[in-house]
Design a protein around this ligand. Structure first.
Ligand SMILES: Cc1cc2nc3c(=O)[nH]c(=O)nc-3n(C[C@H](O)[C@H](O)[C@H](O)COP(=O)(O)OP(=O)(O)OC[C@H]3O[C@@H](n4cnc5c(N)ncnc54)[C@H](O)[C@@H]3O)c2cc1C
Length: 340
């Protein structure tokens, strides 16, 4: 366990923004997590688990918390017929896991290739992309429960996964994800229905697992800001999930707008469609506040230039939310977690 004081969070978030955290503790095992929680209590500081900071906007001011950088390593495999159970430490980088399993010929995570962050972050956010969602592969999640100071194993049902949410997000700060057990398959299960993927493989009738993984990465690279130049946390906003009647009423007003029925009920309304100038509702191309800007290729994404502050990003997010409300009456909320 590595204990540091006043660590600048700009160096630990993909927005490259954030003031100094009072305590910054790197936890490489469950025991480290236990000890770090005890230390935070001794110092009377709230605990904040952090992965790679790819879905967090941290305040510019000093952060009076104990930030626990969850770095628990390890990937183990257990084969059962055509299925393989994979148990992975919460600190493993998501894309490292994707490489490992796809190189072994295991299907299930390939459409989620290229998403930044750790396993812990993927569990909390229930990451999704290109027609796939993390929860589809989950068997169980191991957590350290701060209420009982003990480990618990939760089944997929107990995790209350939903669109970019989970029990761990609802109970932020009281459950720390330590391991995840997933089930992946030897049997090919290509999901090629998402439009960008369909177009990519228009001339390839049966792409391999590794080809799909690589295609997803290459499609994504064209959409998101290059993290060597800009900061970002990916999509800043959640697409609202509305009751069917309301979504149908909105769609009737905006011909051509796609709707996405959700498995758990309701219909997802794609905010990027409204923010895209080509649909003549709102033109948010490169709208800026200070050094924060709406990403022109994918307007759901906010980006930061060197020197941007959390205040710039927050003000820009508020502007997008207000303009969206004025133009369409639709309320949107932030996906990115605020750390202060
Ligand atoms: C360029 C870019 C593209 C992206 N594309 C996508 C995408 O396609 N789909 C998608 O779903 N997301 C996407 N994201 C968002 C982000 O990558 C995911 O949400 C990711 O899973 C966050 O992981 P992290 O380790 O960085 O978590 P962090 O950002 O460090 O933390 C996110 C939240 O999880 C909590 N947390 C982290 N680890 C733990 C833990 N071990 N236990 C308990 N709580 C924890 C934190 O407290 C925080 O509330 C993108 C981000 C970027 C920068």
């Amino acid at each position: 366990m590595k204990i540091e004081e006043n660590v600048v969070l700009a160096e630990h978030t993909t927005f490259k923004i954030g003031g100094p955290a009072k305590l910054f503790i790197t936890c490489e095992s469950v025991e480290d997590v236990e000890n770090a929680v005890a230390l935070a209590r001794e110092r009377d500081l709230a605990v904040y688990p952090l992965g790679e900071g790819s879905n967090v906007l941290a305040s510019d001011e000093a952060i009076e918390k104990a930030v626990l950088r969850i770095s628990i390593p390890g990937i183990t495999y257990e084969k059962a017929g055509a299925q393989t159970r994979v148990t992975v430490g919460a600190g493993v980088t998501w894309d490292t896991l994707v490489d490992d399993v796809t190189d072994k010929g295991l299907w299930g995570l390939e459409n989620l290739a290229g998403i930044p962050g750790t396993i812990g972050g993927a569990v909390v956010q229930n990451i999704g992309a290109y027609g796939a969602v993390f929860e589809d592969s989950v068997i169980s999640i191991e957590v350290y429960d701060l209420a009982t100071n003990s480990l618990r194993n939760l089944s997929r049902e107990e995790c209350l996964f939903g669109y970019r949410t989970s029990l761990f997000k609802q109970r932020a700060g009281s459950l720390i994800v330590t391991h995840a057990t997933l089930e992946l398959s030897d049997t090919p299960k290509p999901r090629l229905g998402y439009r960008d993927i369909e177009d990519y493989f228009a001339d390839t009738p049966a792409p391999t697992l590794v080809e799909i993984r690589n295609a997803v990465r290459s499609i994504r690279a064209k959409k998101f800001p290059d993290l060597t130049t800009y900061g970002t946390a990916g999509s800043f906003f959640l697409n609202p999930v509305l009751p069917e009647e309301e979504a149908v009423r909105i769609a009737a007003k905006y011909p051509g707008m796609p709707l996405f029925p959700m498995p758990e009920g309701g219909v997802k309304v794609p905010i990027a469609w409204f923010l895209d100038y080509r649909h003549n509702v709102l033109d948010m191309r490169e709208v800026r506040v200070g050094k924060a800007l709406v990403w022109p290729i994918q307007p759901l994404v906010l980006a930061s230039e060197p020197g941007a502050t959390a205040a710039d990003v927050q003000a820009l997010a508020t502007l997008v939310i207000e303009r969206m409300k004025e133009a369409t009456g639709i309320s949107i909320s932030r996906e990115v977690q605020w750390l202060a």
